[in-house]
Design a protein around this ligand. Sequence first.
Ligand code: 5GP
Length: 189
Amino acid sequence: MNNKVIIFSAPSGAGKSTIVNHLLQLHPELEFSISATSRSPRGQERHGVEYYFFTADEFRQMIAEDKFVEYEEVYSGSFYGTLRSEVERIWAKGHVIIFDIDVQGGVNLKKIFGEQALSIFIQAPSVEVLRERLIGRATDTEEAIERRVAKAASEMEFADGKFDHVLINDDLATAKKEAEEVIETFLNK
Ligand code: 5GP
């Protein structure tokens, strides 16, 4: 099967980026899909590396021109979306696309790509563990942590039964190994 995509979704703190980066290093044929967003760049973020950055007006214009495979207003006034041109760019190289996208976006992409897609939901072992990880990361206030935990709990509920594979990230080494196996089976199909 050609033109494949792999979709990763997870609540924050589940360890998604670590697992995705591990797989990208292991498989040179995998390529990360760079999303478009209307939020401002943070820190060292550059246009065309972490995201394609646009103003909200430019983003709305591109929606009107049907330039997106999917998009969402993730936070009020902040749009995020996958450009059709990005999908074509990666497939033209014969690469398999990796999406790192929120839970709703992941479900939407799976509906769009169907059998061409492998969708993986990464889950923390429990809400309690997730809370401890976010506290350990020490980047958020107590209130922000509780907000993220509540969002994660509802995302876990929403995701139930909507992904091809659920990967429970209890032990990172085990989760990486399991991700490798699921992906290799899919790539060899
Ligand atoms: P951040 O602003 O922290 O980079 O991302 C905010 C949220 O937007 C994350 O949950 C991220 O997964 C989601 N996101 C990033 N790119 C896309 C996209 O192309 N489409 C959708 N629907 N969500 C995205």
